[in-house]
Structures are given as C-alpha cells and as structure tokens.
Design a protein around this ligand. Structure first.
Ligand SMILES: Cc1ncc(COP(=O)(O)O)c(C=O)c1O
Length: 375
C-alpha cells in the first residue's frame, strides 16, 4: 500500500467488498426476493453503485440526507427505514416532488395521522410502510396487536398509499449458532407475513413485505411471502458479524490503516495513531463470544497478527498488545513508523468516523471514495 497515505484512514478492500456484494445478491436470488441494500453502512456513492450494478433493486437509507445524496446520484427507489418524524415531512415532500419514489415508515396512529394530514395539506399521497416488531428488539407494531389495523386504516382512509410492512430482527446480532439464527430468521419472516395477511384480510392493500438484517438474510431457510430483503453491513462485514458466525475474517472488507507512533516495551504495548476517533467507540464484541477490544490488528496486507488486539483507546492513541503470557519484543517486531491495519467491531460506526474511504484495488492502486455523514 502506498507509503504516502496519511493515517489513520479507512481502507476498503475492493475485491473483498465485491465478493460480499455478489454473495448477498446470490442469496437474494436463491431466496426469490429483491435485494434492497441498507446503504447506511457505507454511505458511499461508489459502493452503492457496485451494489446496484450487481443487481440490487432500490436502496434503504437511515437518514433523509442519504436519500438526498443518492437521489442526486440517480437512485429514485428509496426506502427511508426509520419512523418518520413529523418535522421531517417537508424534506420527504421535497424529495417526492423532485421525482424520488421515496417510501416512508410509521408504527403509530399519531405518526400515520401526521403523514396523512401533512399529505392532505400539500396535495401529496405519501407511500408508507408500517414497521412490524418481529422480535421485541426495538420499534414497530406487533402482528397481533389491534393497533396494526388502526395504523393501516388511518393511512389508507387518510389518502396515503399503504405500500406494505417492514421489519428488522435486530435481536439476531446477539446470537451465534446456525440453529438460533435460522429460528430468528423464521420469526422475522413469519411475523412480517402475518402482519401483511392481517392487513389484507381487513380489505386493505399490502403489496410489499420487507425483512432483513445481515444475520437473518444469510440464515433464512426460505422467505415465503416476502418480497424484499434489506441487508446492510454484509457489504463490509465486521468483527461483530464474524462472532455471530456469518462471515470469515478474510471477508472483512473495511480496516483502519494506522502507524506505530510509540511503545511501552516493558508492558508489551504498541502505541498506534488509531484511537477511538479512528475506530469509533463501538465495543460491540464485548458481549459476544470473543471480545476484540477496539479491533483486531493485522499486518499492512491485512493478515491478522495472532493475539494482537487494540485493547484500549484514547481519542488519538490506540494501545495494542498481545495476550498475557505471549512474550514479544514489540519494538523490534513493530518499529516506529510500522504500518498496521485494524479490523473494526462495527463497520457502520467505524466508517462514520471518516469523510472518505481509501479504496484499495487488488493491484495496489488506491482511490478516494467520499462518504456522507450527518443528517
Ligand atoms: C431498519 C433496518 N433495516 C435493515 C438493516 C440492515 O441490517 P444489517 O446491517 O444487519 O444488514 C438495519 C440495520 O440496522 C435496519 O435498522
């Protein structure tokens, strides 16, 4: 890798990323559903372009700023998969008026009423999906809650276009066996399909049934009744996903390039210029079967160094060390100026620390790929 690259920087291994994109696209095809990737992981035009080129149909976003960015890039089919705040309806309206087929989400009667009232005032029929709580993880309406039909009716009767239901089984991140993952994937599917059936049985429209997280997408035995899959972090994968058991370490496409800036030889510490600003504060592997600290340290070519973890981090300092008992002459093995790469716990959080990525091609060429941040 170019010795002139300023560190710390976020490096995308483009060949790995392309393999990850192919893997999920093939998975969606196998399951007979469309793939609408969640682009909050990369927030990067080049990455999203690669996903669309591979066959993705539409995208999912986590902010309206992402929607604006990708719409300007020519993507018109966008699902904003966070419950709509009434104060953001004017931004949603502006996107739709400009020609973006933006779909928004709600899970409450108050949310539905805010959407229809704003729509009536501005002569706009918003397309809306109802969020379903399939696994008690976060937001959404339960499939058997009478509230589901109240929300559906408030939307439909208020003049909005009730597009369908969506859910995200975030509890899957806590699991790590194929059996448990397959069970939660089935729960995600069956709960969302049940909600769609209840809406249809009440004589209301519900065309789309949208599910997905990376663990459930890669574990579902089938997706009968589902129309689309939303997976996001698969594009880079990360140590959390590795602990869940859905990717190998050699599939992690995002790493942080860092420089050794010092040592504490008697403690076996290697000090890096990647602290928590470079890695993020995310300690997602702490509660999992293998705690990787702030990241797994690799050599400059991305090959993991056995036992070397970024065990603590200050804002601009990282402290890497081996397992207790592993005796290594860290000054000799990692002299000042040595370049290392660190695999992150959570790719979405680490990426968010940077205004751009360094895209590394297999031939060693590098390019700057911009990244959106903020709201
Ligand atoms: C609503 C929603 N859909 C899809 C996803 C994608 O999940 P993953 O990154 O596990 O693929 C997320 C991730 O947080 C999400 O919040």
């Amino acid at each position: 890798m170019s010795p002139t690259l300023d560190t710390p920087c976020a490096v995308i291994d483009v060949a790995r990323m392309q393999r990850n994109i192919q893997r999920m696209q093939q998975r969606a095809t196998q399951l007979g559903v469309r793939l609408r990737p969640h682009v909050k992981t990369s927030k990067c035009p080049q990455v999203v372009e690669a996903q669309l080129t591979a066959g993705a149909q539409g995208i999912t976003v986590s902010t309206l700023k992402e929607a604006q960015l990708f719409f300007a890039q020519g993507v018109t089919d966008i699902l904003y998969a966070v419950a709509m705040a009434p104060t953001k309806l004017d931004q949603a309206l502006a996107l739709r008026r400009a020609g973006c087929a933006l779909v928004i989400v709600t899970d409450s009667v108050a949310g539905a009423k805010a959407i229809v009232e704003f729509g009536q005032r501005h002569g706009e029929r918003f397309e809306v999906m109802i969020e379903i709580d399939s696994d008690h993880h976060r937001s959404g309406v339960r499939s058997d809650d009478p509230l589901l039909l109240e929300v559906a009716r408030a939307l439909h009767e208020g003049g909005a276009l009730l597009k369908g239901v969506m859910t995200h089984a975030g509890e899957s991140y806590k699991l790590d066996t194929p059996e448990a993952l397959q069970r939660i994937a089935e729960l995600e599917r069956s709960e969302c399909v049940k909600a769609a059936q209840a809406i249809r049985a009440a004589g209301l429209p519900c065309v789309e049934v949208s599910v997905g997280s990376t663990p459930t997408a890669l574990s579902a035995a089938h997706l009968a009744g589902v129309t689309e899959l939303r997976a996001g972090v698969y594009v880079f994968f990360d140590l959390v996903m590795h602990n869940v058991g859905v990717c190998g370490l050699d599939e992690l496409a995002l790493s942080v390039l860092t420089t050794v800036i010092g040592h504490q030889p008697e403690k076996g510490w290697v000090i890096t210029d990647a602290g928590w600003m470079a890695m993020s504060r995310d300690r997602g592997t702490q509660a999992q079967k293998c705690d990787y600290g702030y990241g797994l340290v690799c050599d400059v070519d991305g090959v993991p160094i056995d036992g070397l973890l970024l065990r603590s981090a200050n804002q601009e300092h990282g402290v890497a060390s081996f397992e207790p008992g592993q005796v290594v002459d860290v000054v000799q093995q990692f002299p000042l100026g040595t370049r290392l790469r660190i695999l992150p716990n959570h790719a979405c959080a680490t990426g968010a620390q940077y205004p751009a990525y360094v895209a590394l091609q297999s031939g060693g060429e590098v390019a700057q790929w911009p990244r959106e941040n903020g709201w």
